[in-house]
Design a protein around this ligand. Structure first.
Ligand code: ATP
Ligand code: MG
Length: 504
């Protein structure tokens, strides 16, 4: 078993004596507990008829049992397929129909309605698991012995299918192999200097690559420990910093924590690493964090499809507004989206990556998979960016968010950066809306800061001196907050839908 053999080979010498995970409620799992619990889940799955290669779809609240179930799936040779807890029964129906899992695991509180969804989708078995780690599947596992004989799996076999966040359209199932997970985890342990002495504050969801793979697999491969929180709770995270060494979060974690008066150098003294990703971290947040805590946040870039591709350095400058260098073993290039020709320093184009981190393809979408890979194996990320003279990668935004107005390309991030720098502005999102004369009209959606609300005319006036005319927004709209999904990503598609008729 490619992945779990690696986990075994990196277990602490004294697994029963080393903490893997603890919760604020006082639950403590040693590494020996984790191996036994995952073995019981693996045996339970096999007992329910889950065979190697079968998908196990899971929509449950975050709990340590989910980690045991994830590793149990991998050990049983099955494919772990976690689903966002926010998905409605109608959405679950789509995912179950697409993935055709042998087993669907859901929260007992929703089992009534989801059982019929599952049976309509042809799913043979439904089990339950709640936030306390109880339910029919948990009971099944509790009746097993922990000494499961892992099913043999090669590096190229699937370990998981993760659906993308659905920020730009319908979520796609990314097929991730044992080696995708193993190689990226080892890379991150080394690059971010994780050791058995680390204690990670884990407050991310475990249905997404960030919380499931980046955070959990890195801890696992380092023999480190984590404090497992059900969700983002800024005061609680702050109070735990004295006992921890690292935090991984989306940008919202850092903006929320910055609102805590108790966030000081003293409070963060024992911490060695703050990592941000999944959405762009504002340069302002990076600076504010460094001022308050003395720590430069380490920003990295990845996708469900590629695991982590770039990272700011551990030693050396962590440059605000950049995502650092390609990780060891990862090749990254920026190409002209039309011709496919590689571009030079500072030129903006499509980011493509290749390496052991890159997924095997989209589940049951062979045409889409073929379209997103180049003949030489590079994956077209869909993100626009550039590499600067020092080799730092900058993400400029998504290809789908690029605005073409009157034949000119406008990169929303450039306009957003100018707007965000104006007094009275907290943040902004710049989108393109259908426009009779220009094709698309550049449109700014602005969140004011405090009560000193600037007017549309003031913002446009201030931008005139800073941006070429074709980049200037035609309209500025004001909102109290930007729509964000659970991973802190701004949902520009919702903004575009809401204002699609603005220009008539
Ligand atoms: P979908 O593919 O379904 O539209 P999604 O791309 O948001 O959704 P994820 O795989 O969760 O789904 O997110 C990957 C994307 O997140 C990247 O392609 C990139 O646009 C963005 N991203 C991740 N990290 C960063 C970062 N540090 N800075 C800027 N963008 C980032
Ligand atoms: Mg994507």
């Amino acid at each position: 078993n490619h992945f779990f053999d690696l986990v075994r080979s990196r277990l602490p010498a004294d697994p029963a004596g080393r903490l893997f995970l603890e919760t604020p409620e006082g639950l403590r799992w040693s590494y020996a507990d984790l191996v036994a619990a995952s073995g019981r889940y693996a045996a339970a799955l096999a007992g329910l008829g889950v065979r190697p290669g079968d998908r196990v779809a899971v929509q449950v609240e975050k709990s340590p049992a989910v980690i045991a179930l994830y590793l149990g799936c991998v050990r049983a040779g099955a494919v772990f397929l976690p689903l966002n807890t926010a998905y409605t029964p109608a959405e679950i129906a789509y995912f179950l129909g697409d993935a055709e899992p042998a087993l669907f695991v859901c929260d007992p509180a929703r089992a009534g309605e989801l059982r019929s969804v599952a049976s309509s989708a042809g799913v043979a078995q439904v089990g339950t698991l709640d936030a306390a780690g109880e339910g029919t599947l948990a009971a099944e596992a509790a009746g097993q012995t922990g000494d499961f004989a892992d099913v043999a799996r090669a590096g190229d076999d699937l370990a998981a299918i993760l659906y993308t966040s659905g920020t730009t359209g319908r979520s796609k199932g990314a097929m991730l192999t044992h080696d995708n997970l193993a190689s990226n985890a080892l890379t991150l342990v080394a690059y971010w200097r994780f050791t058995a002495d680390d204690v990670l504050i884990h407050a991310l969801p475990v249905f997404h690559t960030h919380g499931l793979f980046v955070a959990t697999n890195t801890v696992l491969m380092a023999g480190a420990a984590m404090i497992f929180l059900p969700r983002l709770d800024a005061p609680l995270i702050l109070s735990l910093m004295g006992r921890a060494s690292a935090l991984m979060g989306v940008p919202t974690f850092y903006t929320r924590l910055l609102k805590e008066p108790g966030l000081t150098r003293e409070a963060a003294r024992g911490m060695r690493l703050f990592v941000s990703g999944s959405a762009p971290l504002l340069a302002e947040t990076h600076r504010a964090w460094q001022d308050r805590t003395g720590h430069p946040i380490l920003e990295r870039y990845g996708m469900t499809e590629t695991n982590m591709s770039t990272s700011n350095p551990y030693d050396g400058d962590r440059v605000a507004g950049t995502v650092g260098f390609p990780l060891p073993g990862v090749s990254l290039r920026v190409v002209d989206p039309e011709s496919g020709e590689p571009l030079g320093t500072d030129a903006v184009g499509m980011i493509e990556v290749r390496g052991p981190n890159v997924f095997k393809g989209y589940w049951r979408m062979p045409e889409k998979t073929a379209a997103e890979f180049k003949a030489d194996g590079f994956f077209i990320t869909g993100d626009l960016g550039k590499v600067d003279a020092r080799g730092y990668v900058h993400i400029v935004g998504r290809g789908k968010d690029l605005i073409i107005t009157g034949g000119y390309n406008v990169y929303p991030k450039e306009v957003e950066a100018e707007i965000d720098g104006l007094p009275g502005v907290l943040e902004s999102a710049v989108i393109g809306l259908a426009h009779r004369d220009f094709g698309e009209g550049v449109t700014a959606v602005v969140v004011p800061r405090g009560d000193a609300r600037p007017s549309e005319a003031e913002i446009l006036g201030a931008l005139q001196a800073r941006l070429a005319k074709f980049k200037l927004p035609k309209r500025v709209l004001f909102v109290d907050e930007l729509p964000r999904n659970t991973m802190g990503k701004v949902q520009k598609n919702l903004l575009r839908d809401a204002h699609k008729d603005l220009y008539g």
